[in-house]
Design a protein around this ligand. Sequence first.
Ligand SMILES: [Cu+2]
Length: 365
Amino acid sequence: MLALGPLLALTLAGSPGGPATPPVTVTVDSSRHAVTIVTGPFDLPNQPPMDEMLEMGHAMAHNAPVQRFVWPVDGWLRGFEWSLVDARGNTVPKDVMHHMIMVNFDRRQLLYDAAERLMGAGSETDDATVPRTIGIPLSAGSRLGFYINWHNSTGRDLEGVSLRLTLLWTPKNQNPRPANAMPIYMDVNLTIGGTNTFDVPPGTSSKAYEFTLPVGGKLLAVGGHLHDYGTSVRLEDAETGKVLTTVLATRTPDGKVLKVGRRLFGVTGAGLTLTANHRYRVVGNYNNPTGKLIPQGAMAHMVGLFVPDDMARWPAINPDDPTFRKDMAALKADEHGNALVADEMPMDHDMKGMDHSDHGAAAKP
Ligand SMILES: [Cu+2]
């Protein structure tokens, strides 16, 4: 039976003067070790299908409001479940939520001088959990936020839609302690505070990004993300050229991407070793049979879970770094990660392209 433990709820209203942002309600179920986030209502007018929108040159604006809340418990995040309901309590098809990205304003990403992207969920994302031996460490008081891009192409207007997201955590006193598994995001074409989309020329093409890591560790699992006509994303050793892992797109005969595969390297411990200060390369591959260039039509990245050898060497946030400031501006925050009020906000910052995300595994940046 589900016995509700101490119940805690807090509500954060939208920015004063800004567009009405639905409230965020946070509820803790201490017996089930579940934190439930509910936000809504959202009214979602019907829109054309995504490929028609792109053909009309109708890029999706990245101007969804960042909705913030404070993480209430100490422990490790180990999974999530989500659903959508309308004003009458009826289930709404999951593909109406194109994507939701959750940000942790209190931790940096491993590769980028930008805030951690804790997880993503969207039309192609199922519920996910990881074994109790691993988890993403999160302390009570961490400032989190999320933004949602909706895409309602059900053929009818939807009113009063709410997102219900349940995050499962492992408590601090679990013995043995879970290994710290951190989100890792490796994009072939990211501009922090800008876009990660790029043009797709006709025929085969690829785009690559080289990086080093400030701390080594083990990659436990990866998933990938591609747009239509994408074929694969791979990670390779840039010093030897050896391919370390590849995730493949499942495509329709005409090249539409149905899903992108995942790889597990041993959530039980083994993992794929990555070394500090060694050069790696992430490569996205496309094969576009349309004979036409598709402007800003592509995205390619790998996301996964990474266990650092030494958590103390995880890069710290540098509020003075101009790149970090760009990320904060795009998230409507000051350099310390605090929410800006409406009249301090920078101009809206349009991201061309769709950024639809199937950021696969349990918790993704
Ligand atoms: Cu995308």
